[in-house]
Design a protein around this ligand. Sequence first.
Ligand SMILES: [Zn+2]
Length: 267
Amino acid sequence: MKKAAPYITGILVVIILTLLAYRSAPRRSPDDPLPLRGGNERDNRAIGEIDLEKLYPGLVLRSAKGPEKIVALTFDDGPDRVYTPKVLDILKEKGVKATFFLIGSRVEEDPEIAKRIADEGHAIGNHTYSHPKLTKASPLLAEELRKTREALEKLGLGDNGFFRPPYGAAEPSLVEQAADLGYRVAMWSVDSLDWRGLSKTEVVRNVEGYVQPGSVILQHSAGGPGEDLSGSVLAVAEIIDILTAQGYRFVTLPEMFPASEKCTEPK
Ligand SMILES: [Zn+2]
């Protein structure tokens, strides 16, 4: 028994230290975004080399084809309480409808903001539940899409059958699995690169000049921990003004890619 005493003392010390460390761990403020499972955008950005749009016409969507001067604003990674409401304020003021690719865990965290997005006439797409980096087909994808769809359904909302892969990372097997699950993969054709914490001027510059009839523009309405999107938010109003002056009309992705085009045969 005497020999066991130091061990018991040691174990008690470890337990006490663990409890103390847990108590002093920093708490997340309600304004901080939920961490992204796959890490922040800047750590993971990888656009596939393969032209998936050509391989899967009608299933992988990057832009609308045709001469009509339409353009779609899309915002990823929301909802949050910091940037998403500001983006919504600007869109409301300008009378423009956009598409938001929401993360399911964040929908559960900020259901009121998710509802506001739909109430104000914007479209919602599925951006997974925890934002993992998934390039290939995986049982996790089905789970991630289902959990987000359920989080939206609880609020009486839907995802329109649009899925945008986190980090734009996608390979053929992932596209095929998403299609089997009833989703079209919504990519983009104009990247604002706003996740780099760019200024308003830089974000506007990355968009203006690259837009063509049918472009899908990518911005974010929330970031990973520590990401600053204030420049991107400020750019929204200017992008709308510039493109409106050029004769563009803003549409949501369900308007740009109606469901009847879903089964387009390869050309
Ligand atoms: Zn994302």
